[in-house]
Write a protein of this length. Structure first.
Length: 325
């Protein structure tokens, strides 16, 4: 009886010690990323955690993993482990599959070329050959990705997201606007996106272009000329897409994207528009404005007549001269 009691006492003490070690803070002194390979068993995981200085006792980790049943539920992937994380919290995280994700933000108005370059600069994103998508068919958003994902994965997700957003916007479009196809909606949305960064202006700008399309007046949009000049591969050195100011002689370029020379919409989008610009293109503000020009505050001054527009242009030129002094 004495020896049976002693064995029980030792066993109980061992279990208590294991439970205590399992729950107490670990030795990790700063947050770190830890990767579990696909198919790794609890023993290999415990050993890797020990070798990485994240736990001190791999036997207890392995033992408690089996006792709790979590050993069979570990999910592969990359995990962010906090400083002094306990073995219990590690197993909980691995069981739940709380994979560490990175994010990349694709801002509105980038061309396919610019998006491709941006993705090439992302850390831990595999670089693969990317399926060619037409200009303007990738939805700008913030996308999460895991280690091992590729630029092709994100591009495909962007294309799928654009299809979904465009389909939804098309179904709720204003009837009677001179936009006959989803592609035309993307073209107009891309121009709106490049013309204004002021959210409250998008539908008003859309209304100007819709009015011009209805009247057969050339859109006269500078961003379309810039696209004609750069072919969607703009400068990226902080001096604008051309690396200089758009000149009057640039407006003479013979290109179907030159909306000063050719009336109607260009043949394709000139950038990748965001959801708000797509919705603005399909649900424009109703008004009589035909013109708009920068007002010096980041927004635009709108006009119904050429005389009013010329006055706004004169004000803008005066502001620009003052800014250049």
């Amino acid at each position: 009886m004495f020896f049976v009691g002693l064995i029980a006492l030792v066993a109980g003490g061992g279990a208590y010690y294991a439970h205590s070690q399992f729950n107490q803070p670990g030795p990790l002194q700063q947050a770190t990323l830890f990767t579990i390979n696909r198919g790794a068993h609890i023993g290999a995981v415990a050993s890797d955690l020990k070798n990485s200085g994240i736990i001190t006792n791999p036997l207890i980790f392995k033992y408690m993993g089996k006792i709790t049943g979590q050993a069979e539920k570990i999910k592969a992937g990359e995990y962010e482990l906090a400083a002094y994380i306990s073995m219990k919290d590690i197993l909980d995280k691995l069981e739940k599959g709380e994979i560490f994700t990175r994010q990349v933000t694709i801002r509105e108005g980038l061309t396919n070329y610019e998006i491709g370059r941006l993705l090439l600069r992302q850390k831990d994103l595999k670089i693969e050959g990317v399926e060619k998508y037409p200009e303007g068919h990738l939805l700008p958003e913030t996308y999460s990705y895991e280690r091992g994902d590729s630029n092709a994965d994100i591009i495909a997700r962007m294309a799928s997201a654009m299809d979904r957003v465009l389909d939804e916007a098309w179904e709720s479009r204003e009837k009677g606007i001179p936009i006959k196809t989803k592609e035309e909606a993307l073209v107009l949305a891309s121009i709106i996106e490049k013309e204004t960064a002021v959210a409250s202006e998008r539908k008003r700008v859309a209304g100007v272009f819709i009015n011009r399309l209805r009247k057969g007046i050339a859109l006269q949009s500078d961003p379309t000329v810039i696209y004609a000049l750069t072919e969607g591969r703009p400068e990226d050195e902080g001096k604008g897409p051309l690396g200089r100011r758009l000149l009057r002689k640039d407006l003479e370029i013979d290109s179907p994207y030159n909306t000063y020379k050719y009336a109607g919409l260009p043949p394709t989008p000139i950038a990748n528009p965001g959801k708000d610009s797509i919705e603005a293109a399909l649900n424009p503000e109703e008004h009589q404005y035909i013109y708009f020009v920068a007002d010096g505050t980041g927004g635009h001054a709108f006009a119904k007549t050429l005389a009013e527009h010329n006055s706004n242009v004169a004000k803008w030129r005066k502001i620009r001269r003052q800014q250049n002094k």
